[in-house]
Design a protein around this ligand. Sequence first.
Ligand code: ADP
Ligand code: FBP
Length: 312
Amino acid sequence: MIVTVTLNPSLDRTIEVDSLTRGAVIRTRSARLDPGGKGVNVSRALLANGIDSTAVVPVGGPDGDQLRRMLEAEGMKVRAVPSAGHTRSNVTIAEPGGLVTKLNEPGGPLSRGELDAVAKVVATEADSASWVVGCGSIPPGVPETIYAELCKAFVPAGIRVAVDTSGPALLAAVAAGPDLIKPNREELAEAVGGPVDRLSDVIEAARALRARGARTVLVSLGADGAVLVDDEGITAGSAPVENPNSTVGAGDALLAGFLSAGAQGPAALREGLAWGAAAVGQPASRMPGPNDIRRDLVRLHPRPDLDRALLT
Ligand SMILES: Nc1ncnc2c1ncn2[C@@H]1O[C@H](COP(=O)(O)OP(=O)(O)O)[C@@H](O)[C@H]1O
Ligand SMILES: O=P(O)(O)OC[C@H]1O[C@](O)(COP(=O)(O)O)[C@@H](O)[C@@H]1O
């Protein structure tokens, strides 16, 4: 069983427009509402593929109620912890061809008491878990060491911890020895404090984060696929998407697929890439199910061109 913890979940509204012009009145083509937040999406992807998962989320206000109801309606096992701060809404403006502009709110504050209540629920659920997955941004009031605390609580007890976040929270977590991190290119560059323009930069940066404490580093690179640096070595791969629909949640699907296949080595990377690419073919942040996932399209690159400039 995989437990996900999303401290800053959201209602994700995706609005399709023909083109985005600042300062103009834009008539939209369609709108869609999905439950969101990175760990929530990991649980949704696992659920869509019949893999047992529990999502732990603080929820507050009417939007928090709606988020819980939407997740339960999908059949998800949700442990919702009440909070006084309101659950946020994030807006994605999607243009044809897959270009998205994301407006992510900071989220309602979470007090120390509410955080302790979340931690208690996670500890109970972790008893029967193979992984605890801490994902997403940190809401106001929560210390940046929160994912590091997650690592310290579970890694020594033999429960593996994955962290997908950014900035100081990611750096603190890395120093606490997570089993897995999943930065995208931007997050990786921020973590090492330098540009990541080529595959060689990705590998160098991933190695630096391993040297600082992360056991496995899975770097997502948008249309360039992903690179895995772990105890087994370095593996790069990609999967083409003919008609990109929405990249929202693609990183979460990649992570879910990777975890579902054992989170180690080329076979797990292959599965992650298949799920990530399938997510890009879905509208908004809909997670792919078995009929959407095309493992045959994944290519692992045994001798990638390390000097090639990254596309996205
Ligand atoms: N345009 C694309 N074409 C093919 N695959 C993609 C595309 N965008 C994303 N992906 C897949 O989704 C994964 C996650 O995307 P990425 O944008 O890197 O993550 P995040 O959503 O975390 O920023 C990638 O590693 C890749 O497998
Ligand atoms: O916690 P953050 O960093 O604000 O991100 C939250 C957003 O990320 C998502 O989980 C999508 O994530 P990815 O596109 O990075 O896979 C949305 O559902 C949510 O609105």
